[in-house]
Structures are given as structure tokens and as C-alpha cells.
Design a protein around this ligand. Structure first.
Ligand code: UT7
Length: 338
């Protein structure tokens, strides 16, 4: 990527693509693996089933499938993409990052490409990064992917976490408006609080505690203080949305659709009630997809488009939250390519 003279412009959200692995894992299957019940999972989380990657699928495979879907749907040539960002917590390797591999897998020769890790908020950070680069005139068109293969870091003996997380990938197109009418990507609210990393983490496998023969398997998997994260998630969903709307000079009545991280139906219910947005404007697909971390917001957006809930020109409020702790909200108008 080379940036010549820069022209300020607006960035628009013009397309979304999605991919989930074929294999569906039901709550009934989990009943056999751990001490849980379909009733408990459904009542406490809203999840009925989730998709799990095949043994030979890694994060780049899911991401590439979502990117191909996006390019097909928007009629975009891979060579027209200037920047590819992949938000993920579960890359194929420690390095290289996923993005250069996915660029090659999808025909984007020499594309500027990097990974970004802000866990379940990563996709929101990626959208902010792409928007900033488009609006600064550094690039014309970016693809932002959220992709995770959480099944590889789930402790399948821990009933508190194994019922929640799953695999998938979603991708959006952020591109320069070329002077077309519309409001584009309106604004962001991004933040973090790193004071309690152990609330949601994988303790081993990084540079602080490398994986050695003495490290328990459970420490190489997701561990979560569910109640604390639940409290944080509900609070931050409300606060971040309110801050962003205030900054944009809008109210919740201006919002056509809330697409929040699909962590738990009860979090979405509590938060949407406090935000004051009617249930029919809140997208939920976690009953069938579970919590797919970075992928959950673009996957929910894609489903809303497919079911007709996401109308052209709709003003969409997206909110991510998760480990770090991190959070990120994006307000954008859905302006698909004709
Ligand atoms: O993506 C990042 C963001 N993640 C989140 O936002 C997740 C936030 N947290 C949550 O969604 C919820 O806290 C959970 C779904 C993880 C747990 O629900 P909860 O209502 O907060 O349950 P709890 O942790 O308070 O546990 C209640 C009981 C406990 O038993 P005791 O101690 O009361 O006897 C747990 O051991 O439920 C038990 N329990 C289970 N029982 C059956 C925990 N997991 C299960 C299970 N099946 N799978």
C-alpha cells in the first residue's frame, strides 16, 4: 500500500459476508460431555446450538470463506481491496498473522494486511481503524473480518464455558463515499480496563506463562468469571451506547437496529431494556450460533440483511465487549452497493 496526497472523505459500510462451519453441536450433545442440561443452557444463555470447525479448518479457512462471500455479494474484485484487517483471538499461528494468508487465499495480491486482537471487541476496533484510514485518504477500500475458532481453546470439561463459545467468521466492506449522499460511518466509542485480566482469559500460552509440560490443560483454555463479566457487559453496553449517541447528537429513537455482541440473551435483554430500544430492533442469533467472539457482530449483521431486518439506509448501532476488558461501539448507516 502506498499513500499519495490525501483527500479527506467519508467512509461507508457497504457490504457484509459470513461463514459458519457446517458441523452443528446441540445442547443435547453437551449434556453427554459435562454436567449440564439443555434447560439450564437455554434459560441462562439463550443458546440452543452452535457451529464447530472441522478438524482440518483453522481461523484463516473461516475468514477466507467470509471474505469470498463478501466479495461475491458486493461484486468486488480482490485487486480493489487496499487493506485487510482480521480481528481474531485465535490465529492459525503465533505468527505469521492470519491477514496476509487470507489475502493470498482470496486473491488480494500485495494487500496491506494485519491482525488485530481486542477479543470480542476486536471487530469494532477493526471498523474504527479501517474508517480512520479511509477518511484520512490513505486507502479507498478495506475489508474488516471478525473470525474465531474458539473451539480450539475451549476446555470441554468446563461446563461454565464450553456451553457458550463457538466458531465462525464475518466480514464487512468499508469504502470511500466518492461524494455520494449518505451519512456513512457516523462515530465510535472505544475503551478498555486492564485491571482485572483474569475475569476472562487464557492464562498460559503467551510469554508470561509459556506452555510447558507442567502447565495444566485448563490453563491453556478459556477461563471466565461469568458473573463479573456479565455485570461488566450489561453496564458497558448501556454506557458505551449512550456516550456514542450523545457524541453524535442522536437519541435511541434514531436507531433502526442494535447489533450487539452475541454473548448471552439475558445480557441483551437487560441492556436493551435499560437503553430503551424495543426488542424487535435488537438482532439476536446466538440461539443458533452461540458466542463467536470477534465474528458475532458481522454474523448478526449478515443475518439481519438476509432476513430483511436490515433495510437499506438503516442506522445501525453495533456494540462489542469482552476480555481485556475491552469495549467498542460503532454507529453506521447501512449503505449497500446497488
Ligand atoms: O464474550 C465475552 C463476554 N462474555 C460474557 O458476556 C459472558 C457473561 N456471563 C454469562 O453469560 C453468565 O455469567 C454465564 C452464562 C456464564 C453463567 O450464568 P450465571 O447465571 O451467571 O451462572 P453462575 O455462574 O452464577 O452459576 C450459577 C450456577 C452455579 O452453581 P451453584 O454454584 O449455584 O451451585 C454454576 O456452577 O450454575 C452452575 N452452572 C451450570 N449449571 C449447569 C454453571 N454452568 C453451568 C452449566 N450447566 N453449563
Amino acid at each position: 500500500m502506498a499513500a499519495g496526497p490525501r483527500t479527506p472523505r467519508r467512509a461507508r459500510l457497504t457490504g457484509v459476508g459470513a461463514y459458519v462451519p457446517e458441523r452443528v453441536m446441540t445442547n443435547a450433545e453437551l449434556e453427554v460431555m459435562v454436567d449440564t442440561t439443555d434447560e439450564w443452557i437455554l434459560a441462562r444463555t439463550g443458546i440452543r446450538e452452535r457451529h464447530i470447525a472441522a478438524g482440518d479448518q483453522a481461523t484463516t479457512d473461516l475468514a477466507a470463506a467470509a471474505v469470498r462471500d463478501l466479495l461475491d455479494r458486493t461484486g468486488t474484485a480482490p485487486s480493489d481491496i487496499d487493506l485487510l484487517i482480521i480481528a481474531t483471538t485465535t490465529p492459525d499461528y503465533v505468527f505469521p498473522p492470519c491477514a496476509p494468508l487470507v489475502g493470498t487465499m482470496t486473491g488480494m495480491d500485495s494487500v496491506a494486511a494485519f491482525d488485530l486482537n481486542a477479543v470480542c471487541s476486536g471487530f469494532m476496533y477493526g471498523m474504527a481503524q479501517a474508517t480512520g484510514m479511509v477518511e484520512a485518504g490513505l486507502i479507498r477500500r478495506a475489508v474488516v473480518v471478525g473470525a474465531d475458532t474458539l473451539s480450539r481453546i475451549i476446555n470441554w470439561e468446563d461446563r461454565a464455558t464450553c456451553v457458550l463459545f463457538a466458531d465462525g467468521a464475518g466480514a464487512v466492506m468499508i469504502e470511500a463515499d466518492d461524494g455520494a449522499p449518505g451519512t456513512g460511518v457516523v462515530g465510535f466509542d472505544l475503551g478498555s480496563d486492564g485491571s482485572t485480566p483474569g475475569d476472562l482469559w487464557v492464562p498460559a500460552g503467551g510469554t508470561r506463562t509459556p506452555i510447558t509440560p507442567g502447565v495444566p490443560h485448563a490453563d491453556t483454555c478459556i477461563q471466565m468469571n461469568g458473573r463479573e463479566v456479565f455485570r461488566f457487559a450489561t453496564r458497558i453496553l448501556v454506557e458505551s451506547s449512550a456516550r456514542l449517541l450523545r457524541e453524535a447528537g442522536l437519541t435511541i429513537d434514531d436507531i433502526d437496529l442494535l447489533v450487539a455482541h452475541q454473548a448471552n440473551e439475558r445480557i441483551l435483554d437487560h441492556a436493551s431494556e435499560r437503553i430503551g430500544i424495543p426488542r424487535e430492533k435488537v438482532v439476536m442469533n446466538l440461539d443458533r450460533l452461540g458466542n463467536t467472539s470477534s465474528a458475532s457482530i458481522p454474523l448478526a449483521l449478515a443475518e439481519a440483511r438476509d432476513t430483511g431486518v436490515l433495510a437499506d439506509g438503516a442506522l445501525v448501532l453495533m456494540v462489542g465487549f469482552g476480555a481485556g476488558l475491552t469495549w467498542g461501539s460503532v454507529l453506521a448507516r447501512w449503505e449497500p452497493r446497488p
